[in-house]
Design a protein around this ligand. Structure first.
Ligand code: SAH
Ligand code: SF4
Ligand code: F3S
Length: 445
């Protein structure tokens, strides 16, 4: 038997890409490829890319520059390294990628990744770069998943694409129109994951709470709240999360589920982007700042200990100092346990790309102020956990000997001394210390 070929995958961007990378590795396993941790000497290198901000997209080209040297070394040794670009840059730039970096053999968009093995075979056969950025009708999720045991926490894509067209965002173009996977398929994949040792599932979608999947009996459609209630019935599935949500798609049933479903974790990533109604309108977000705040209030009424997360963009074209201050005011009122904030980055093809930019130094300065506020809120939340006893899902060994890392219900990393064979268990942990990004704990007596 031939030795297995080595596949190196580097993943950028959101959790959806993490899920897709897993799926691509599984597809390539069928073609005799085994994943490897470093690109040196790999038979195939695949970059699963993100197009959301300019910096993210440009990283791909600098990485390809580094890969080029490794590919040259491999060729000098009489062998070949296949180089593929997948994900959202692949979708957005297509053959332009091959023009900029002729090293690239394969360009595959996020909706065509199940065709990767066949594309790799064509690339090996020669005849130039193989490009597929279609939105095919065939189900990219259809491939069977392997049966091997796996880590206790897993992602499960239930929804893809976006119809919202926020003025700054590339996702509707790179991922295409919204689709929801049927409930029966999601439930089957979840049961399969649980059978393989998974105890926590994070449901994924660019707009996951817009999920409206066909009901298992074919009669009508379910919303995400209903899906979560059904998932919670799976024996052995202890924790459920979902990300990312749009405020306008938080319906009553989903809000109620936060109070009624024990397995649904008290953490919600609900981006608002700005606290100014004028900016929100220009962004095409279709809700006001006060509607968002009222929504948070209703979700917290259902689940008072909810840890809130969000995304913010500062320096959207036309944002004034006073409008930025409205974002600061919203943050003070909403109180985030953690959040992501970005300087606006104009993206080709989006409506906002043609608008005049805010002065870059001004935007940087606003970002610093926002991050200082969000950082202080996060620190306060971290501190508030000290002295509490939290159920922690032990995931993997920590950096130091005898140490394990787990997750709190609020998605915080928790470090503690624990036996490695406790991985996959949910244990009670006394929280004894807090850092900006993790907690320190001790197994409770
Ligand atoms: N579907 C999610 C988020 C998708 S992108 C939602 O609706 O909120 C993740 C985050 O990247 C966004 O929430 C936004 O804060 C940020 N982002 C998207 N486009 C951006 C751009 N052009 N410049 C800066 N940040 C951007
Ligand atoms: Fe992008 Fe807006 Fe869709 Fe989120 S809702 S993916 S920010 S277009
Ligand atoms: Fe990036 Fe595409 Fe995700 S642009 S954030 S990888 S959907």
């Amino acid at each position: 038997m031939a030795a297995p070929k080595k596949l190196y995958i580097k993943t950028y961007g959101c959790q959806m890409n993490v899920y897709d990378s897993e799926r691509m590795a599984e597809a390539m396993a069928g073609a005799g490829y085994v994943e490897t941790a470093t690109p040196e000497g790999a038979d195939m290198v695949l970059l699963n890319t993100c197009h959301i901000r300019e910096k993210a997209a440009e990283k791909v080209y600098s990485e390809l520059g580094r890969i080029r040297k490794l590919a040259d070394a491999k060729r000098a040794a009489g062998d070949r390294m296949l180089v593929g670009v997948a994900g959202c840059v692949a979708q957005a730039e297509g053959e332009e990628i091959v023009r900029r970096q002729p090293l690239v053999d394969i360009v595959v968009g996020p909706q065509a990744f199940h065709r990767l093995p066949e594309m790799a075979a064509r690339a090996v056969a020669g005849g130039g770069a193989v490009i597929d950025t279609d939105f095919p009708e065939d189900d990219k999720f259809a491939a069977p998943r392997p049966k091997a045991r796996r880590a206790p926490a897993a992602f499960l894509t239930v929804q893809e694409g976006c119809d919202k067209f926020c003025a700054f965002c590339v996702v509707p173009y790179t991922r295409g129109a919204e689709i929801s996977r049927p409930a029966a398929k999601v439930l089957a994949e979840a049961r399969d994951l649980v059978a393989r040792g998974v105890v926590e599932i994070t449901l994924l979608g660019q707009n996951v709470n817009a999920w409206r999947g066909e009901a298992p009996d074919g009669a009508g459609r379910w919303g995400l709240g209903r899906l979560i209630r059904e998932l919670a019935e799976i024996d052995g599935l202890k924790r459920i999360r979902y990300t990312t949500s749009h405020p306008n798609d938080m319906d009553e049933d989903l809000i109620a589920a936060h109070g009624e479903v024990d397995a649904l974790m008290p953490y919600l990533h609900l981006p608002v982007q700005s606290g100014s109604d004028r900016v929100l309108k220009a962004m095409n977000r279709r809700h006001t700042a006060s509607a968002y705040l009222q929504l948070i209030e209703r979700i917290r009424a259902a689940r008072p200990d909810l840890a809130l997360s969000g995304d913010f963009i500062v320096g959207f074209p036309g944002e004034t100092e006073a409008e930025f201050e409205e974002t600061m005011a919203l943050v003070r009122e909403a109180n985030y346990a953690q959040a992501y904030s970005f300087k606006y980055s104009p993206r080709p093809g989006t409506p906002a790309a043609d608008l005049p930019m805010v002065d870059p130094d001004e935007a940087s300065e606003r970002l610093q102020r926002l991050q200082a506020l969000l950082g202080a809120q996060q620190a306060a939340f971290q501190e508030s956990c000290v002295g509490r006893t939290l159920p922690v899902l032990l995931e993997k060994p920590g950096r130091r000997a005898g140490q394990m890392i787990g997750r709190s219900p609020y998605l915080q990393a928790v470090h503690m001394h624990a036996d490695a064979n406790l991985a996959g268990r949910i244990v009670e942990v006394d929280i004894v210390g807090a850092g900006p990004n993790s907690l320190k704990g001790r197994l409770a007596a």
